[in-house]
Design a protein around this ligand. Structure first.
Ligand SMILES: O=C[C@H](O)[C@H](O)[C@H](O)COP(=O)(O)O
Length: 224
């Protein structure tokens, strides 16, 4: 049983949630590729769905498999989004964006009635914060945002290349990971930061595969 087998198992479990006539959000990354393949097979078998994609890569892969991909700019609501993560914990907090797609991913997640994360067991952690946090930044604001991140005790590396949105990504490594909601709030309030990889409210469920066994974890809403 390889890591790819687990990615595929988690992806197939999530794709089983897709119902006829849904508008499906497609995340980005190596795990999502298995979901796109699984959805492509269901479409080839006659399932009628449309999709929106969080990256040019996912859009191209889906279209190549015969999945109708709509322009997200024309869309307000998505039924179900399936996406990967770099880390996810049992609070359903995730860090995303190793592939640089976190800004579009967060927008599509926000538009989604339900968003599920698929992962192999290497992504499941006790508490998020062990990987670099990607921050998408307007190139004009690179120096200012780098300084703000340094003031939050992060060591910053500028990633090569640009995102699908033609912005840059700063990868922030924290010696001690800060309180995640406070960090998300600080980043959201920083001019020039267009998005970041902290997903604290977006994930409704995870499918994590460990040596072929897929476990689904659902967000529990606390009322009152
Ligand atoms: O920007 C990339 C996305 O957030 C991915 O969903 C995330 O990095 C996980 O990717 P992978 O499944 O390749 O580990």
């Amino acid at each position: 049983m390889t890591q790819d087998d687990d990615k595929r198992a988690a992806a197939e479990a999530a794709v089983a949630e897709v119902q006829p006539d849904m508008l499906v959000g497609l995340g980005t990354g190596s795990t999502v590729r298995f979901a796109i393949e699984a959805l492509g097979r269901r479409v080839a078998d006659g399932l009628r769905v449309t999709a929106v994609a969080t990256s040019l890569d996912s859009a191209a892969r889906a279209a190549a498999l015969g999945i109708v991909v709509r322009d997200f700019a024309e869309v307000a609501r998505v039924d179900l989004t399936i996406d990967g993560a770099d880390e996810v914990d049992d609070r359903l907090w995730a860090i995303k964006g190793a592939g640089g797609a976190m800004l579009r991913e967060k927008i599509v997640a926000a538009a989604s009635t339900r968003m599920v994360v698929i992962a192999d067991a290497s992504k499941r952690v006790t508490a998020i914060g062990g990987v670099k946090l990607p921050v998408e930044v307007l190139p004009f604001a690179r120096g200012y945002v780098t300084d703000r991140l340094a003031m939050l005790d992060a060591t910053v590396t500028v990633r090569d290349g640009v995102t699908d949105n033609c912005n840059i990504v700063l990868d922030a490594r924290f010696a001690a990971f800060p309180d995640a909601p406070a960090l998300a709030g600080a980043l959201d309030a920083t001019p020039g930061v267009l998005g970041h990889g902290l997903f604290l409210d977006q994930v409704d469920a995870t499918y994590v595969a460990d040596r072929g066994i897929v476990t689904r974890l659902e967000r529990v809403e606390v009322s009152g």
